[in-house]
Design a protein around this ligand. Structure first.
Ligand code: GLC
Ligand code: CA
Length: 559
């Protein structure tokens, strides 16, 4: 594996609408991201990933794009984008942007053209249009967000007409990747942003582009989409999880081999630009080897396992070992993800409250120590949990499409609390925010964390400074030894630093030949045991420390 900047990068995911509002309309924007660059610099991230900021009618919070080569007026202008990227680069922060190849918005000009054309015209062949059957839709496939994966259109002459395929919301028609025009247009999008200086892309649902275009009915259609649902993956019950994931084998919609042709082609485009541009694929493939194929074709893939497995040393150890072994085999770099805009925040997933936060802080040290790259979702560095969003304020289409049974993803998209004493916690001076904030957040607002040496914000800063400056991290894939001892998990890098996680419920004393560089729990203590002449560290339950050993770093050996 070559040591590119991105194979060991710390990438911070900005969800622009919820980051910082610069013009008082209640919606975060690109100028708001620019205004917070000093904060991101002081945090110590290498790159930011911007979730979609393109023109969108917002059926799926911007993942329904009506023009992929422009900026939505509510988020700013192309000039704002150019300014953001120039300022980010000035402060040595790289910028990657989200691209959405699987679908466009129903307001995209192509879809308008398709609706205005008769069936079978070339304008319809950019999408998956089919005639219905006597039962209604062309087949029994289901949308990931709930309900049928097909919606019927009205023909130009006013009669009820054909149906179009949408794996997500009906506002997100899937495009047809066997159509050269679709391929060429996506190339144009990549080049448009590469020419503007982006350092890379996060590729949305990269595993869904190719479809079985015989569109045959499937026996258990719900299982086809459940196969990529994170909440149905039960790491305590691998057999049941395997059954869920097995619907990815020979799936008509996900992880089909043809997908990789498209990815390899994009990688060539990236390679034709100077400066190590890269892309990371969102691909909920299974097993890990299957996911790693996306890294082989494209460069990098998200390893989402840490968003799923419980806080348990043994499970984490087995999971990380598998990911690292696979990554080495595929000449890829692992990626560690604790939260994103689609899932409950890590502190909430670990049970919330003080214990959830303690575990989330410990896992931050674990991810920062592991080889490869670390993705941080905005607000995790403040230890935020999901905000409560009342039903009447819910925006996510999952809420409506599930018949109001699944609250959806708004809780992890609540705007960031910057200032404890200001209206809207300093996120915006508007009367109303696009998603309301959580009134209980006062004590964890960023300004209060600035001055508290033990705050999660300062823990992240110290941790990222350490990762940046310490020689053990010089080589992002340097030797890694993983060892399990009951509820203790040891991650040793370059034979020189060790992260120790205690997932048990008791404080444990460990003897180490070295000193603690950073502790997730300030109650972790070091002392000399005079009788045995050893240096001891007491590690509280649900916490982690990073220890520097007395030996010199030796990054030469691969795991
Ligand atoms: C990805 C995005 C998610 C979006 C979906 C459809 O999974 O992360 O937010 O809803 O794709 O574009
Ligand atoms: Ca705004």
């Amino acid at each position: 594996m070559t040591n590119t900047w991105w194979s060991g990068a710390v990438v911070y995911q900005v969800y622009p609408r919820s980051f910082f509002d610069s013009n008082s309309d209640g919606i975060g924007d690109l100028a708001g991201v620019q205004a917070k660059l000093p904060y991101l610099k002081s945090l110590g991230v290498d790159a930011i990933w911007l979730s979609p900021f393109y023109p969108s009618p917002m059926c799926d919070s911007g993942y329904d794009i009506s023009n992929p080569r422009d900026v939505d007026p509510s988020l700013g202008t192309l000039n704002d984008f150019d300014s953001l990227i120039a300022h980010a680069h000035e402060t040595s922060i790289r910028v990657i942007v989200d691209v959405v190849p699987n679908h466009v918005s129903r307001e995209h000009k192509w879809f308008h053209e398709a609706l205005a054309s008769p069936p079978n015209n070339k304008e319809r062949k950019r999408f998956h249009f089919r005639d219905g059957t006597s039962d209604g839709p062309p087949n029994n496939w289901i949308s990931v967000f709930g309900g049928p994966a097909w919606t019927q259109v009205t023909e130009p002459d006013g009669t009820p007409g054909q149906w179009y395929l949408h794996l997500f919301d009906s506002g997100q028609p899937d495009v047809n990747w066997t159509n050269q025009e679709v391929i060429d247009d996506f190339d144009a999008t990549l080049r448009f942003w590469l020419d503007r200086g982006v350092d890379g892309f996060r590729v949305d649902v990269a595993l869904a582009l190719a479809k079985d275009m015989s569109y045959a009915n499937r026996e258990q259609p719900q299982k086809l989409v459940d196969a990529i649902r994170l909440d149905l993956y039960d790491p305590e019950n691998p057999e049941a999880s395997r059954e869920v994931r097995e619907f990815l084998i020979d799936s008509p919609i996900f992880d089909r081999d043809e997908v990789h042709d498209y990815l390899r082609h994009w990688r060539e485009i990236l390679g034709s630009y100077q400066g190590d541009r890269f892309a990371v694929a969102e691909a909920w493939a299974y097993p890990t080897e299957r996911a790693m194929e996306y890294a082989r074709s494209l460069g990098q893939v998200f390893n989402f396992d840490f968003m799923v497995v419980p806080f348990n040393a043994e499970t984490l150890h087995v999971t990380a070992k598998r990911i690292i072994t696979n990554a080495i085999e595929f000449h890829a770099s692992p990626t560690w993800v604790l939260s994103n805009h689609d899932n409950a925040r890590v502190a909430t997933r670990y049970g919330g409250g003080a214990e959830g936060l303690a575990k989330a802080r410990a896992m931050a040290l674990v991810c920062a120590t592991l080889p490869g790259s670390m993705y941080i979702y905005q607000g995790d560095e403040l230890g935020l949990g999901d905000g409560f969003v009342p039903p009447e304020s819910r925006i996510d289409p999952i809420w409506q499409r599930s018949g109001q049974t699944n609250p959806g993803r708004d809780g992890c998209r609540v705007p960031i609390p910057w200032q404890s004493q200001e209206a809207n916690f300093g996120f915006s001076t508007a009367d109303k925010l696009w998603i309301p904030q959580d009134a209980s957040w006062t004590p964890i607002a960023a300004d209060l964390q600035e001055s508290d040496p033990h705050s999660t914000l300062n823990l992240y800063r110290q941790m990222l400074t350490l990762r940046h400056d310490h020689p053990a991290w010089n080589d992002s894939m340097a030797a890694t030894d993983l060892t399990l001892d009951g509820s203790l998990w040891f991650i040793e890098r370059a034979h020189h630093v060790i992260c120790v996680l205690n997932s048990g419920s008791e404080t444990v004393a460990i003897d180490v030949e070295g000193r603690v560089l950073i502790a997730s729990n300030p109650e972790a203590q070091e002392w000399e045991d005079l009788a045995s002449q050893t240096h001891m560290v007491s590690l509280p339950a649900n916490s982690a420390v990073i220890i520097e050993k007395n030996s010199q770093p030796n990054p030469q050996v691969e795991i």
